[in-house]
Design a protein around this ligand. Structure first.
Ligand code: BES
Ligand code: ZN
Ligand code: ZN
Length: 468
């Protein structure tokens, strides 16, 4: 759907439908109509009155989330009609919420439906009497951000038959070409030659070659350097520590961290961010077979640390370990290094399926990340490291074990595992985003449809925008 900003008074703009977001019936000029149809100012309450060409949609609050949910509810209704244009008045409403709510809410993933819906030419007109430069900028930014989120959703929703490491690399190359970024792709030969045996082992039983992907955006005026690392398990069967049938379903979403990095990289040059940004992805498929890596194996990572494998389903941390080492070997003077991963079921159990778990060593930075995530319209909370949980991943045989010796605190012990692959000079610059919950939810929530949500994209772009 097209969303346009129109410089004109609402009443002068021609349109077949009018959308009204109602947060207070008492003070609404349409009080009588609304009361007569029993309308309530609640999330997802909606009334379409085609005779008078109006959609009323309830709104519980004036914040980003309520407005985004309201407009997405209205847009979904608009899409069921034959009308081609709908208008809404900006008033003092949050424009960001309106644009992002509309574009994220109208997203549908229909690639695997045999009957394609005819895409209608529909347009939402946001009417504002005077378009100031700030309004114009905010509008354009929100469109770029929404496009990046929807791109991420598309990649995550693609099945493992259609999206395997080589395809991820091709997607990265296409993003690089369209956005003037550099893109390097390394195969298993590179991994073997550079001691990246942790990552290499995870992909060994797959028919698809593992790929290490490195995208970079280097604007001339760059003041800071940011590295984004993504877990790209195009499928996670669990490996020989095979997942139970019910838990394997949705594991196409184990590439959500990598997909978020791709989405973010597709937006950075369009947003003209004055920052050097690197996107590094470990694209791997975790399968079973005679050649599979095994519980009891000891793997040597790129930084020389040895890892005792006790569970082949804790594979994401092995891939990320080598990718984090690669990033720190190849990129000097990093200001921020963030990783994104659907790393643990424990994070979902701990904080629920809508919230990102934020971990790291720098309390101030973690707080900033959480604040920016909330500001961007996503949910996040910090999960604290401590010395006792750190001890639970010690190994009797190797330097470290890929699973903890305790049943508790699994999200944190996974974060602590990654910390072993962060160099001393980068300890305070690193933040780990466990997006296992919100990356893929099997029911629609707010303006997010069933499936991939694009978790981490808006959060990170918001953080990047604030870097000075
Ligand atoms: N990809 C999973 C984590 C996951 C679970 C993501 C649910 C999204 C939804 C990860 O590789 C995994 O299997 N982790 C194990 C770790 C355990 C073996 C220590 C888990 O969480 O059970
Ligand atoms: Zn796993
Ligand atoms: Zn996984």
């Amino acid at each position: 759907m097209k969303v346009s900003l129109i410089e004109n008074d609402f009443k002068n703009v021609e349109s077949e439908l009018e959308i009204f977001i109602v947060d207070d019936i008492e003070n609404s000029s349409d009080k009588d109509i609304l009361e007569s149809i029993g309308f309530e100012e609640k999330d997802e309450s909606i009334a379409l009155l085609p005779e008078i060409g109006r959609i009323y949609v309830g709104c519980e609050d004036e914040n980003y989330e309520s407005i985004a949910i309201a407009i997405s509810t209205a847009i979904r209704k608009f899409k069921t009609t034959k009308f081609e244009t709908a208008k809404i008045e900006l008033k003092d409403m949050n424009l960001k919420a309106l644009v992002e709510g509309a574009l994220l809410g109208e997203y549908e993933f229909t690639q695997y439906k045999s009957e394609k819906k005819k895409s209608k030419k529909q347009e939402l007109l946001i009417c504002v009497p005077k378009i100031t430069p700030e309004i114009k900028k905010s509008f354009e930014e929100s469109k770029i951000i929404s496009k990046a989120v929807n791109k991420t959703r598309d990649i995550v929703n693609t099945t493992p038959a259609d999206c395997y490491p080589k395809i991820m690399a091709q997607t990265a190359k296409k993003i690089a070409k369209d956005n003037d970024l550099e893109c390097e792709v390394f195969g298993e030969k590179y991994l073997a030659e550079n001691g990246m045996n942790a990552m290499l082992s995870v992909g060994r039983a797959s028919v698809h070659e593992s790929k290490l992907i490195h995208l970079s955006y280097k604007p001339e005026n760059a003041k800071k350097k940011v590295v984004l690392v993504g877990k790209g398990l195009t499928y996670d069967s669990g490996g020989l520590s095979l997942k139970p049938a019910d838990y394997m379903v949705t594991m196409k979403s184990d590439k959500s961290g990598a997909s978020a990095v791709l989405g973010i990289m597709s937006a950075v040059s369009k947003l003209n961010l004055p920052i050097e940004i690197h996107g590094i992805i470990g694209a791997v498929e975790n399968m079973i077979g005679g050649d599979a890596y095994k519980p009891d194996d000891v793997l040597v990572a790129r930084n020389g640390k040895t890892i005792e494998v006790r569970n082949t389903d804790a594979e994401g941390r092995l891939v990320l370990a080598d990718c984090l080492c690669y990033a720190q070997d190849e990129i000097e003077d990093i200001d921020y290094i963030f990783d994104f991963a659907t790393l643990t079921g424990a994070c979902v159990v701990g904080v629920g399926e809508y919230t990102i778990g934020i971990m790291g060593n720098n309390t101030v930075l973690k707080r900033e990340v959480v604040a920016n995530t909330l500001e961007a319209g996503e949910y996040a909370t910090t999960l604290p490291f401590n010395r006792f949980l750190r001890k639970t991943i010690k190994s009797e045989i190797a330097d470290i074990c890929n699973v903890a010796n305790t049943r508790y605190g699994g999200a944190i012990t996974a974060g602590l595992f990654l910390d072993n692959f962060i160099n001393e000079e980068n300890k305070d610059k690193w933040v780990h985003f466990d997006i296992a919950g919100p990356a893929y939810v099997e029911k629609a929530w707010g303006y997010n449809p069933h499936g991939a949500s694009g978790a981490g994209v808006r959060a990170t772009l918001q953080f990047l925008k604030t870097i000075e």
